[in-house]
Design a protein around this ligand. Structure first.
Ligand code: EPS
Length: 367
């Protein structure tokens, strides 16, 4: 059974939920490790005051007993503490009593760059809130929880995945990124940036060239492009390869199947080649602006300024954690596609048999 993930939940609703299916039985999970990733996602320079309200923590409702997976659907829940301020406005049922708290008035001022306008047109909503609540990047919290589960599985297979920000507002040094964030905050503006995720220890043979949907690079690109605000994805040297000659673009093969370069980012023909897997994602500046752009009031059809709501100045460090989780989940899916197994013991036996078969020719790098 393929590894699957379904998520649900609104930004200011009661909770976010993820159901992970197809996990082998016998995988040990640590609550602390999942919570540590949830905390990492909440941190970062330029985050919204909302992060002071939330203190994300995972709850498990099914699929786990005494910290070990059962091979049944795993339900992960992250509650929204802020929901306490929205109990009327985001009540799942028809609210009782007088309107109180946040979210009581319809939002009619769509923000350029957000899902607001497309969302209400698509779903026939009148209140933009009905679109923005799910489109919000808040729900990446539960994707990070699912990614932490995937990382536990990958660790058993000797695969490590790590994400980091490499650029914020065009700046690449730590100080530059902070200064750019401070400057944008002072100007009541927002920034985007670039994150990089590196996976080491993946064996050759994950993914396939047989169909385009099987290609590992296509799957990783989907995993990253599906994250809020991501507008570009690059594998290995990506766009720079287009400007090189073939003799300078490819990674030559030496005895022991050694490579001295990794322009391909660890993937050739849609299949992992045993080198570190290297991907990058570009994030646009966040579309919720304190200095709002021109829009139209949907209630009157008249020109107006877009909705102003509390938001982040930039969330690139958060994206690094979310992208790491997305890549981990996709690599875990690809690894289970290759190795199969209802039980971890079977997955590990299949891994050992596979590595024994290719071991005469392929030797993992120390990197
Ligand atoms: C978000 C807007 C802000 C962010 C939120 C994503 O939320 P709020 O409108 O409640 O201040 O803080 O991100 C999170 C809450 C989170 O946990 O990442 C948006 O519009 O996407």
């Amino acid at each position: 059974m393929a590894l699957g993930l379904t998520t649900a939940g609104e930004s200011h609703g009661p909770a976010l939920t993820a159901i992970v299916t197809g996990l082998p039985a016998g995988l040990r999970l640590e609550k602390d490790a999942i919570d540590a990733d949830l905390r990492r996602r909440q941190q970062g320079y330029g985050r919204s005051p909302r992060q002071k309200l939330e203190s994300d923590e995972v709850e498990v409702l099914s699929g786990l007993r005494h910290g070990v997976t059962l091979g049944t659907p795993l339900t992960l829940v992250v509650r929204n503490r802020d929901h306490a301020n929205w109990t009327w406005g985001m009540s799942p049922w028809r609210p009782e009593g007088e309107p109180a708290g946040k979210g009581t008035k319809p939002v009619t001022l769509p923000r350029p760059g957000h899902a607001d306008l497309a969302g209400i047109l698509k779903y026939a909503h009148e209140d933009v809130r009905n679109a923005l609540e799910r489109a919000s990047a808040r729900h990446t919290a539960v994707h990070v929880a699912a990614g932490a589960v995937a990382k536990a599985l990958l660790r058993e297979l000797g695969i490590d995945v790590a994400g980091r920000p490499v650029e914020v507002g065009g700046e690449t040094s730590e100080e530059g990124m902070r200064a750019a964030t401070d400057a944008a905050r002072n100007d009541r503006d927002t920034l985007g940036g670039i994150v990089e995720v590196v996976a080491t220890g993946a064996p050759p043979g994950l993914g396939s060239y047989a169909e385009k949907g099987d290609r590992l690079d296509a799957r990783l690109a989907l995993a990253l492009m599906g994250i809020q605000a991501v507008k570009g994805v690059e594998i290995g040297d990506g766009f720079a390869l287009a400007r090189r000659r073939g003799t300078e673009a490819h990674d030559e093969i030496y005895p022991g199947l050694e490579r001295r370069t990794n322009h391909a980012g660890g993937i050739e023909g849609g299949v992992s080649n045993g080198e570190p897997i290297l991907v990058r994602a570009a994030m646009k500046p966040l579309p919720t602006l304190m200095r709002p752009l021109d829009s139209v009031d949907l209630a009157t059809g008249e020109p107006a300024k877009a909705l102003v709501e509390r938001s982040d100045v930039q969330a690139v460090e958060a994206l690094a954690v979310v992208a790491e989780a997305a890549i981990a989940f996709e690599l875990a899916r690809a690894a289970l596609d290759k190795l199969g197994g209802d039980a971890m013991v079977d997955v590990l036996a299949a891994r050992d048999a596979y590595l024994a078969r290719i071991g005469d020719t392929w030797h993992p790098h120390a990197s």
